[in-house]
Design a binder for this molecule. Structure first.
Ligand SMILES: [Zn+2]
Length: 387
C-alpha cells in the first residue's frame, strides 16, 4: 500500500531506535526506556496506553468491532554488555567492518530488540495517522524482563487481560518469517560412587568414570528427532563437577553434569525426562555399581505456529506487498516470549529487523535500511488482518 510507505518516516524511526539504545535497560531496570515508549505511544495518539509495576508498556488502538485483533510483542530489556565497546552510543556507523555493509545503528539491544520495538510502536502511529479503518484492535506490548527467560513480563501482560486473535513477535528474523523455535530443558544428572584413597582406586567406585559411561551412552545411542522448520533436537553437556575434589587424593563419590536438551513441540516434559532415565536404567542393568539421580532444572517451552495458520499467511502476504517476495520461513535458534503468547492460545508469528546471530554479541547492530520496511510490514499486516 502506497500510503503506508509514504507515511513511514525513516529519519524518525532511526532517531527513536537511537534514543532507546542510549537508555540502558537491563532486566529489572527498564523504567527509563519504558518512559520513552510510553511517551511515544501517547504522542502517536494511541487510544489507550497502559503501564504496570514491572514497567511493561501496552498501547492499544481500538477498532470499531467485528474484526480480528492483532498483538505485537517486543521486549525493552537487553542482555548484559560484556566486552562490547560503547554499548550505549546508539550511533549510526558504517556496518562494513562488522560484516554488514551500509549504515547501521550500533549498540546493545539494537538487534535484540530495540529496533523492532521502535518499528512496532511507529507502525501503530502510521495506522493512526492514516486513519486506516480498523475493525479489530491493535495491541502493542513492549514488555520487561524477557532476558531473564521466564516470560515474567509478557505473562503479567496476558494476566492483566490483554489479548488478541493473532500475534507477531518482533524478535530478529532479518525480515524473514519465523514460525517458532525449539524448547530448552536443562537437566542435572548426578552419578554416585564410593570414596576411597586415590592410591587404592579399586577399593571405591569413581563417580567421574560412571559419568563418562553415561555421556558415552548418550553419544552412541540417544537419537534426536527432527522437524521441518525447527530443525533437529540436540543435546549437549554444559557443566560438570565432582566432589570431594582434588585437595586430597580421594576417589570422588559424586559427579554432577548439567545437560542442555533442545526439544521439539511434540516432546513432552515427561517424555524427555523418561528418555534420559531409560539411558540411566540401561546402564544400571549392565553395571550393578552404576547409580545415578536425574533432575529437571529448567524448562522453556517450544514455540511453533504452522505455515497454514492465518497469521503466517497474512505475514507472508504483508512482506510480499512491501518487499516484493514472501521471504523465507524459518525458526529462531533461541527462545522468545512468543512461546508464552502461543501458550495463551494466540497464534504468534515472528518478523523483525536485524540478524539473530548478532543478539548478545559485541557486534550488536541493526541495518538502517531494514527499519522502514519492517515498520511498513507491521502496518501492512494490521491492514490485512484488522480491517
Ligand atoms: Zn530478544
Amino acid at each position: 500500500m502506497r500510503d503506508i510507505a509514504q507515511a513511514v518516516d525513516s529519519g524518525q524511526l532511526t532517531a527513536f531506535v537511537q534514543k532507546l539504545i542510549k537508555t540502558p535497560s537491563l532486566s529489572r531496570e527498564e523504567a527509563g526506556v519504558a518512559d520513552l515508549v510510553e511517551a511515544r505511544m501517547r504522542e502517536l495518539d494511541y487510544d489507550q496506553v497502559h503501564r504496570d509495576a514491572l514497567h511493561n508498556v501496552v498501547g492499544v488502538i481500538r477498532g470499531s468491532g467485528g474484526g480480528a485483533s492483532l498483538m505485537f510483542n517486543g521486549h525493552i530489556d537487553h542482555a548484559g554488555v560484556g566486552s562490547m565497546e560503547r554499548p550505549f552510543s546508539g550511533e549510526v556507523i558504517d556496518g562494513a567492518p562488522y560484516g554488514s555493509p551500509g549504515p547501521a545503528i550500533y549498540g546493545r539491544g539494537a538487534t535484540d530488540m530495540k529496533a523492532a520495538v521502535a518499528c512496532m510502536v511507529e507502525a501503530g502511529g502510521v495506522v493512526k495517522a492514516l486513519g486506516l479503518p480498523l475493525r479489530g484492535d491493535v495491541v502493542v506490548t513492549c514488555v520487561a524482563r524477557e532476558e531473564m527467560a521466564r516470560g515474567e513480563g509478557i505473562k503479567a501482560v496476558l494476566d492483566q487481560g490483554f489479548s488478541a486473535d493473532f500475534a507477531v513477535s518482533g524478535e530478529a528474523t532479518n525480515l524473514n518469517v519465523y514460525l517458532g523455535h525449539r524448547g530448552k530443558a536443562e537437566l542435572a544428572v548426578t552419578t554416585l560412587g564410593k570414596t576411597t584413597h586415590g592410591g587404592n582406586p579399586a577399593g571405591g567406585v569413581n563417580a567421574i568414570l560412571k559419568m563418562t559411561k553415561f555421556l558415552r551412552a548418550l553419544e552412541q545411542d540417544y537419537p534426536m528427532p527432527g522437524h521441518d522448520f525447527l530443525g533437529d533436537a540436540t543435546w549437549t553437556v554444559l557443566d560438570i563437577e565432582a566432589s570431594p575434589g582434588a585437595l586430597t587424593p580421594i576417589v570422588p563419590d559424586r559427579c554432577r553434569a548439567v545437560l542442555d536438551r533442545r526439544f521439539l513441540p511434540r516432546e513432552s516434559r515427561e517424555r524427555i525426562v523418561a528418555s534420559f532415565q531409560s539411558v540411566l536404567d540401561g546402564l544400571s542393568a549392565q553395571d550393578p555399581e552404576f547409580r545415578a539421580e536425574l533432575e529437571l532444572m529448567k524448562w522453556f517451552p517450544a514455540m511453533y505456529t504452522p505455515p497454514e495458520s492465518p497469521v503466517v499467511g497474512a505475514m507472508l502476504r504483508a512482506r510480499e506487498q512491501v518487499l516484493g517476495s514472501p521471504g523465507q520461513m524459518g525458526a529462531w535458534y533461541f527462545g522468545v516470549d512468543g512461546t508464552f503468547i502461543n501458550q495463551a492460545g494466540i497464534p504468534c508469528v515472528g518478523f523483525g529487523p536485524g540478524d539473530e546471530h548478532r543478539a548478545h554479541t559485541p557486534q550488536d547492530l541493526v541495518p538502517v535500511d531494514q527499519l522502514a520496511p519492517a515498520c511498513q510490514v507491521y502496518a501492512q499486516i494490521i491492514a490485512e488482518l484488522c480491517s
